[in-house]
Unconditional design. Structure first.
Length: 318
């Protein structure tokens, strides 16, 4: 058997894959382009892939030997699952192992925005710290604030639990039912929340869920946090709202496009904190994700049920 790995990952995960056959390894921190990806996948039985690798009908038809693609991610908007299913290719992901880490980072990003950590640190580094300022870099208290969670899934629920521990009131608009928190429709949540945190997948329904109308519903001094997918926010509408002086602050772990070009207008606002998709970036979590992604590939190729498959109906045929 042959297995391809489309990005540099840890040695333990590579060893798991090497246990069943030969490896083709893209030993780089930057992703292969489309032609390079097609060449890498040509003739392989399985592939461990990343969100930057688009798996669509065209790729699958060019690589008919593929029996499994395993995303090193919980999200799978880069994978056309229906196209995989039609071609009896198992599509796998790595949920659960990054839930707590991503939730912790959401709270960290929320705190950084609420307390103006990044602009204050930049001022100190740039020599713009002249004295103790009684009314500069004033932040927002979290205790007593209302946090609106859009998408009370695994990560959203973990964020809600942490926020409650910080003395915040939690409301939510979709996802699982949890009687500990108040459920509101999305418009009412946007009108009510002091902080809005997004935890929904990238789907046609959630595309530009936060657009001009949604931003207009939010409090003028609200905070917006996104650790889900960049396409959930209409970036142009967000820029327009910020230019109008709306929103106290914004924290983005994900953007659209990604990466966000360095000359994008969102970078011009001190109250916007943008980081390069690092919500799951701890050594422990990324090791677990890599291991789980590798286990998915090995399981499918050896006839065992994988830890997490998006289209399990194909497993009896792969």
């Amino acid at each position: 058997m042959q297995v391809a790995v489309t990005r540099r990952i840890d040695d333990d995960a590579l060893a798991i894959l090497a246990s069943i056959g030969q490896l083709r390894y893209w030993d780089n921190d930057l992703p292969p382009d489309r032609d390079e990806l097609l060449k890498l996948l040509d003739g392989v039985d399985g592939a461990l892939m990343l969100l930057t690798d688009r798996v669509d009908a065209g790729l699958l038809d060019r690589c008919p030997s593929l029996r499994v693609v395993s995303n090193l991610a919980v999200g799978f908007d880069n994978i056309d699952v229906a196209a995989c299913t039609a071609r009896r290719v198992a599509a796998c992901t790595t949920p659960n192992v990054l839930t707590q880490t991503t939730a912790e980072f959401t709270i960290a990003l929320l705190m950084a925005v609420a307390r103006q950590v990044v602009p204050a640190a930049r001022a100190a580094r740039d020599g713009d710290w002249k004295t103790w300022y009684p009314f500069r870099f004033l932040g927002r208290d979290l205790a007593g604030a209302t946090l609106g969670i859009v998408g009370l899934g695994r990560i959203g629920a973990s964020v809600a639990q942490m926020a409650t521990g910080l003395g915040m009131r939690v409301v939510y608009s979709s996802g699982r039912t949890d009687e500990r928190y108040q459920r509101l429709d999305i418009d009412e949540l946007l009108e009510t929340a002091d902080i809005v945190s997004l935890h929904v997948p990238a789907t046609p329904t959630t595309h530009h869920l936060i657009e001009a109308h949604a931003l207009a519903l939010m409090k003028s001094d609200a905070i917006l946090i996104n650790t889900s997918r960049g396409t959930v926010i209409d970036a142009d509408a967000l820029v327009a709202a910020l230019e109008e002086g709306r929103l106290f602050g914004v924290g983005l772990d994900v953007t659209d496009p990604e990466p966000l070009p360095s000359d994008h207008p969102l970078y011009s606002f001190d109250r916007v904190t943008i980081v390069p998709h690092i919500a799951s970036a701890t050594m422990t979590t990324r090791m677990r994700m890599s291991s789980l992604a590798a286990q998915n590939v090995v399981a499918v190729l050896t006839g065992v049920e994988p830890p997490h498959c998006l289209n399990p109906e194909v497993l009896r045929n792969v």
